[in-house]
Design a protein around this ligand. Sequence first.
Ligand SMILES: Cc1cc2nc3c(=O)[nH]c(=O)nc-3n(C[C@H](O)[C@H](O)[C@H](O)COP(=O)(O)OP(=O)(O)OC[C@H]3O[C@@H](n4cnc5c(N)ncnc54)[C@H](O)[C@@H]3O)c2cc1C
Length: 340
Amino acid sequence: MRIVGIVDASCPGHGGDTAARLMGAAARAGACGGGAEASLWCMADGGPAPRRPWPAGRVVIAEGASAAAGASGHCPEAPLKALEALVREHRPDLLLFPADRAGRELAVRLSARAGIPCSLDVPDLAPDGDRLLLFREIYNGNLEAVFPCETPHILTLRLSGFEPAAPFADPEIVRVRAEAGGDAPCVCRNVLVEAVEPEKGLEDAGLVVVCGAGFASESAMEQANALAGALGGVVAGTRPVGIDGRVPPSRIVGISGTQIQPRLCLVLGASGARAFAVGIYGSACIVGVNTDAQAPLFKSCDAAAVCDAGEFARALTDIVSSKGKRGGADARDPRRMSQG
Ligand SMILES: Cc1cc2nc3c(=O)[nH]c(=O)nc-3n(C[C@H](O)[C@H](O)[C@H](O)COP(=O)(O)OP(=O)(O)OC[C@H]3O[C@@H](n4cnc5c(N)ncnc54)[C@H](O)[C@@H]3O)c2cc1C
């Protein structure tokens, strides 16, 4: 695997320690498969070439390619022509940038130009046989996801978790004169994103139990699932509950989620913000539960309970379950529920 760490010598945060940690990360990544060939690319301005103890056996110094080389001062476009040329020539499998502002600016621009996928803010990576695994926090930091990294790939790395590589006594230094980069402050591209087919079910559900942030702990979600199961309905959530990963994105109700139209909509522990409420207006009957009697939710409700949502869910589950056990014909009929 060919791995390069990339720094811009003109950036205050891209000093020796940053380069050393990038190469430390390269060594960790390179432990997968048949070993790695790691080098450092240093974007430098037109002045005297940077002199450092270099933490790589091969260092390419692209002179005139730093972001400070543009006529208008800092310009992230300036290094890109040189970077693209280096990528075409060396075809690296993994391109590592620091996850700071300058690193992100370069990584995403290079990704768009070179057509190489990019993962940002990666805190850790680990070899797994022939594969490289990337670790990333998702859902507001509530879960850690592990992704197999397909190559070629561009990464910005949070470097605090990587040991610095030791300096090389006699590294090979290659100087290239960079073609002047553009001086435009930014570039806009139109990207066509194909919509993911939403999971079916929420629009057509006859009964929906919607959990808000006031009723979204792990135990609350278990209670909501038990209640929905007893009633023959489905569980959904407000946007904060979806962002926290308590319900999948396809189960978010509201203006940026699904607009539902069940016969009965039970809303537990949601404030009833307008962006959410437009998603439940199509319901035949809305029952809201909130500890705050002034919650805007109650303006949209046919029936309201000012109480703890957990107590409400437990009591209703018990009632429906015991009715079910007694074989009441309408125990799971939302129309009967809403009249009760
Ligand atoms: C452009 C845009 C689009 C948006 N789209 C959506 C969208 O599609 N869907 C969406 O939901 N939001 C959307 N939002 C966010 C929306 O504005 C609200 O921030 C969100 O709906 C609030 O979610 P919530 O009611 O779960 O949380 P909160 O506002 O935090 O409300 C929690 C409620 O729980 C109550 N509570 C606390 N403890 C209990 C308890 N034990 N029992 C009962 N009640 C309790 C509290 O009194 C409070 O009213 C959007 C926002 C923007 C800016």
